[in-house]
Design a protein around this ligand. Structure first.
Ligand SMILES: C[S@@+](CC[C@H](N)C(=O)[O-])C[C@H]1O[C@@H](n2cnc3c(N)ncnc32)[C@H](O)[C@@H]1O
Length: 566
């Protein structure tokens, strides 16, 4: 019995959501556990393990399936683990299902050994805890370290707890065994999952990952998207890689049909090689997007520019202040330099010197301490001397640069790209020739990009086409915002016509910039203007407006405003 982890979980727990977050305890809807159990169990004699049985939803589904197979009412072959005492109380309450209580261990699954189960398993099934690496408790870290040493596993150290569960499950499977798990969206989107894909592909003859747009844990208080993972044909000594299908699916009600169709040779479900699998964009819209892409003059952002993060100060509040803050400290403008503040403070798509001045005058925190000059006056020296010496010695960011108080790399990007947005990304043209911190991405055009021109790129990014692409490839944060890392932004596709009416482009750029500077501007009508511009330039017969409808649906779904149910 692993009381340490359970105690820890209980100590952390307080009540309700916090307790459940500490345990990763969000229980699977019955419909889904049933689909997995129906697929996973093949016969009465199957040995089944549920590594974290929590709310017993899988145990109920397993019992239903065994009933359908007309198995004996005493269930001897199902085993499980959990560190939450509530799970065992729940188990007691479903005794009529015939489970043998001694098969269930009050134990950390990572400490469950093959010798705790009478033989290797035909199926490991469940919904493991989705606890992020950064949220591991001390006990969780210790347990993982012991497990890693015992099994000599290699995996990305930033992995969430579900990764360890997936890998440990493999130790329990017999030849031709199955794995059926409900996992978070990070199974498809996180960099640390790539290793897991390789391992699963290698260890199983076939793998199906169903990416579900419908958020099935919303009612449970968790905003995670889900991936349903089915792995078939476990091979202890594989000699070749298996096959992996990734399927996009809008609603829970479709999952059963997909699972049933899977063994069929010509798997009929949409599979775009994983494109958009973790997005909220419907499969039919991804298809439309691909069709439109084939007919348009498209360039990837990465062909036109390099994109990287802005300067990292190491302590923004210390280095960047408002004009009046600096004045109070006696530090004058010749020792300050404008840097782009938070992107929300810059309306529009064009940053000019006069706008920078307005931001300074209106008290926005946008002035960076500039200590480049040889002879620093007393107020600057006094300010620098007041800084915590231990931080100066130990902060990794400070150690990386020559002079700890000189974070500026003096670059002048052509534009700034917002990367964490409620709607979609926006490219701000940098006519002020200023630098930025890492609150925005910096865009540096190459020769091709200069040829195309920053204003056309900025306008093109606002089209329904590129905004939908951002939805397809971007990462959805828990809050429902859309995030684009520089490497995602480089993949963004833009419409770049060969011949455009430059006068019309410049007038559209000014008009959009004016509109976007207004509070509560109408994003949809601005996007419509951009779509119309490309429609006219390329005779597209309204193709972009149709993508606009798909974009609207995807955004609503991402923000949790409406669940898709097609
Ligand atoms: C997402 S819930 C799933 C519960 C159940 N499988 C279901 O879908 O209804 C995760 C469960 O993992 C349990 N858990 C967390 N850490 C664990 C560990 N190290 N070993 C075993 N169970 C654990 C939690 O107590 C919780 O019951």
């Amino acid at each position: 019995m692993d009381s340490v982890l359970a105690d820890q979980a209980d100590r952390n727990s307080m009540h309700g959501l916090r307790r459940r977050k500490a345990l990763g305890a969000f229980y699977t809807p019955d419909l889904l556990s049933q689909v997995l159990a129906d697929w996973g169990i093949r016969q009465c004699a199957d040995i089944v393990i549920e590594p974290s049985f929590g709310g017993c939803t899988f145990l109920e589904a397993i019992s239903n399936k065994l009933g359908l197979l007309a198995c004996s009412s005493k269930v001897k072959n199902v085993f499980g683990c959990d560190i939450d005492i509530d799970a065992f109380n729940k188990l007691k309450g479903i005794q009529e299902l015939g489970y043998s209580e001694s098969n269930f261990h009050f134990k950390d699954f990572l400490k469950l050994d093959c010798s705790d189960i009478p033989s290797k398993a035909d199926l490991v099934i469940g919904n493991p805890p989705y606890i992020r690496h950064s949220h591991f408790s001390v006990e969780q870290r210790q347990s993982i370290e012991t497990w890693r040493e015992k099994y000599q596993v290699t995996y990305d150290a930033r992995s969430s707890l579900w990764v360890h569960f997936v890998l440990h499950s493999l130790n329990f499977l017999k030849e031709n065994g199955r794995l059926a798990f409900v996992l978070p969206g990070s199974f498809l989107s996180a960099d640390y999952s790539k290793n897991i894909h390789e391992t699963l592909n290698f260890k199983f003859s076939r793998v199906l990952a169903i990416s579900l747009s419908e958020r099935i844990f919303l009612e449970e208080g968790a905003e995670e998207r889900s991936v349903i993972l089915l792995c078939d044909g476990f091979r202890a000594e594989p000699n070749s890689s298996g096959e992996m299908h990734i399927v996009n699916c809008s609603s829970l009600s479709e999952v059963n049909n997909i699972v049933k169709a899977w063994p069929v040779q010509d798997f009929p479900f949409r599979n775009f090689g994983g494109l958009g699998a973790t997005s909220c964009v419907e499969s039919s819209s991804i298809e439309d997007f691909l069709a439109v892409s084939a007919a348009l003059p498209i360039k990837q952002f990465g062909h036109l520019a390099s994109i990287n993060i802005g300067i990292v100060t190491g302590d923004t509040k210390y280095f960047i202040r408002t004009a009046s803050d600096w004045a109070e400290r006696g530090i004058t403008r010749d020792h300050l330099r404008f840097v782009v503040p938070k992107v929300k403070d810059i309306p529009g798509i064009h940053l000019t010197p006069s706008q920078c001045q307005r931001l300074v005058d209106s008290g926005v925190r946008c002035l960076l301490l500039d200590t480049d000059a040889g002879n620093l006056p007393y107020p600057v020296l006094h300010y620098l001397n007041s800084y915590d010496e231990e931080k100066i010695r130990n902060l990794a960011t400070f150690k990386k640069r020559g002079v700890w108080h000189q974070p500026d790399d003096h670059k002048q990007p052509d534009g700034f790209l917002s990367f964490l947005t409620h709607n979609g990304p926006r490219l701000i043209v940098n006519s002020a020739r200023v630098n930025s911190t890492n609150s925005v991405h910096r865009v540096f055009l190459n020769l091709y990009g200069r040829d195309v021109g920053i204003k056309l790129i900025s306008i093109s990014l606002l089209s329904s086409y590129s905004q939908l692409h951002a939805e397809i490839i971007g990462r959805i944060c828990g809050s429902g915002a859309l995030k684009l890392e520089p490497k995602d932004a480089l993949r963004l596709q833009l419409i770049v016509p060969q011949n455009i009416d430059r006068a019309e482009l410049l007038s559209l750029f000014s008009s959009i910039n004016r509109h976007m500077k207004k509070e509560n501007f109408d994003e949809q009508s601005i996007r419509q203007d951009v779509d119309d511009f490309f429609d006219r330039s390329l005779n597209l017969n309204g193709a972009l407006s149709r993508l606009g409808v798909a974009l609207h649906r995807a955004r609503s779904s991402r923000r949790g405003e409406r669940l898709l149910n097609i």
